[in-house]
Design a protein around this ligand. Structure first.
Ligand SMILES: Cc1cc2nc3c(=O)[nH]c(=O)nc-3n(C[C@H](O)[C@H](O)[C@H](O)COP(=O)(O)O)c2cc1C
Length: 439
């Protein structure tokens, strides 16, 4: 027969184990209540269950990258680390943020058809993009102004990309230059391009990126001036800090502005953007020219001597036109739901773009990728690689370079797991037979 003391001893032993966990130890609330519980003369069942209840209810953000179970854990940590307006900038979609949600929800309508009895001992996650081999198909999508999230900004992201072996895309309006990013990454940085309305400025950015060794220019075409980023605007109203301490008044004016940007404001805004430094911006009125069309793509194609990709296509027709205009690759993207409220997830647009391209150029997709299974589904539907925007920025905001590394590591681990589970030993084996749409 068991004595009354035995469950008490077992509970104490379990609590001792929990106390050794870095997750609990680093949590002030949980760690504190655990210490109290352990110190109690008797760990009664009631006290123990109460504590477990508290543990379950706790939504305290992680306080170090190794505590994360999945990449979403970094979102709460980023929210805690950032001032409201900066987090608002990162999180925002447009209107009701419905397209941000659609990007995510569309993945949950896809189911995976796993095959069994396949020898998955040797697994190869590598992909090739324009002749360069990558260990995994996970790339860092361009995210502007990363120093608003962490003092080391894009440099920390580039170092993480180097440490983990990933391709990185640098925003035109990054807070680091292409030269700095290439140095930190050790090559392999694609330059994203917002051309502005002045051709000479477009040319200068392209030339500079090419001279810095960027092997690809990524023209973003999915964002017009004046997106209604309501979540951002609301977050600015609750942020009581003096934004003028860090931003010129034009910056906040820019963030809140409606269509059109006057020249003086643009020049002040550009002062924080190394890729625009030193350029004659006197005629620039916006990053996204309203008159950009396929003639512009043709002109750009004739100017760019490295690979040219278009980011932001979501239809078969545009995919076909892009290939006809000599574009080398397409990124299916809706700017992470920050441009327009289409309510269409990018994974839903991917199949028609893949059909339009007909295998002629690689297709990358981004928007809502948060799990290894999302990567698997995207590849099954014909993507060559996937981009992650917010997740890497959450990791950066919360913990700098180690945070970005942890995000990449988690996605890589999850992707490996689903490849094994589904019985696919290499990327080329992941095809449309592995996914079905939930009816
Ligand atoms: C804060 C933020 C800034 C962004 N800046 C740019 C940019 O400068 N250029 C660009 O082409 N896309 C930009 N994007 C879009 C991303 O490249 C990417 O398409 C999107 O974040 C993918 O969705 P996800 O955040 O759900 O992963 C930005 C996205 C966010 C969240």
């Amino acid at each position: 027969m068991k004595s009354d003391a035995e469950p008490n001893r077992t509970r104490r032993k379990f609590l001792g184990m929990l106390a050794a966990s870095p997750f609990v130890a680093s949590s002030q609330v949980l760690g504190g209540s655990l210490t109290k519980l352990r110190a109690a003369s008797e760990v009664t069942e009631g006290k123990f269950l109460e504590w477990l209840d508290e543990l379950q209810r706790s939504s305290e953000p992680i306080s170090s990258p190794d505590q994360a179970f999945d990449v979403m854990d970094f979102e709460a940590a980023a929210r805690k680390a950032l001032p409201p307006a900066h987090f608002g900038y990162l999180a925002t979609g447009v209107d009701d943020d419905g397209t941000v949600r659609a990007n995510r929800e569309a993945y949950s309508r896809l189911q995976i058809r796993s095959r069994r009895l396949v020898d998955v001992e040797a697994l190869d996650m590598s992909v090739s993009l324009f002749g360069t081999k990558w260990e995994t198909p996970i790339v860092l999508s361009p995210v502007s102004a990363e120093k608003a999230f962490h003092p080391e900004g894009e440099i920390a992201a580039a170092r993480a990309a180097k440490a983990k072996g990933h391709l990185m895309m640098l925003s035109t309006v990054a807070t680091a230059s292409i030269e700095e990013a290439v140095a930190a990454r050790g090559g392999h940085v694609w330059q994203q391009l917002y051309p502005t309305n002045v051709w000479e400025v477009t040319q200068a950015i392209v030339k500079r990126a090419q001279a810095a060794g960027s092997p690809a220019i990524v023209l973003t075409v999915d964002l017009q001036e004046g997106s209604n980023r309501e979540t951002l605007f609301r977050s600015q109203t609750v942020d009581k800090r003096d934004c003028g301490m860090c931003h010129s008044s034009s910056y906040t004016g820019f963030a809140r502005k409606k269509p059109g940007m006057n020249t003086g404001r643009f020049a002040q805004y550009a002062a924080h953007k190394p890729m625009l430094n030193g350029l004659d911006l006197s005629k620039v009125t916006g990053l996204h020219p309203l008159n950009m069309n396929w003639d512009f793509v043709k002109r750009l194609r004739d100017t760019v001597s490295v690979k040219l990709l278009i980011k932001g296509l979501v239809t078969r027709e545009d995919a076909q036109l892009a290939v006809e205009h000599g574009v080398n690759g397409i990124i299916v993207s809706n700017h992470g739901g920050r441009a327009e409220e289409t309510l269409r997830g990018t994974i839903e647009s991917l199949p028609e773009v893949v059909d339009g391209v007909a295998g002629r150029v690689p297709v990358i997709v981004d928007g809502g990728v948060r799990r290894g299974t999302d990567i698997f589904k995207a590849l099954a539907l014909g993507a060559t690689a996937v981009g992650i925007g917010r997740p890497h920025a959450w990791g950066l905001a919360a913990f700098g370079q180690p945070g970005v590394e942890a995000v990449l590591e988690i996605l890589r681990r999850e992707f490996k797991t689903i490849m094994r589970q589904a019985g696919t030993t290499s990327i080329d084996k992941i095809n449309r037979n592995y996914v079905v749409t939930r009816s």
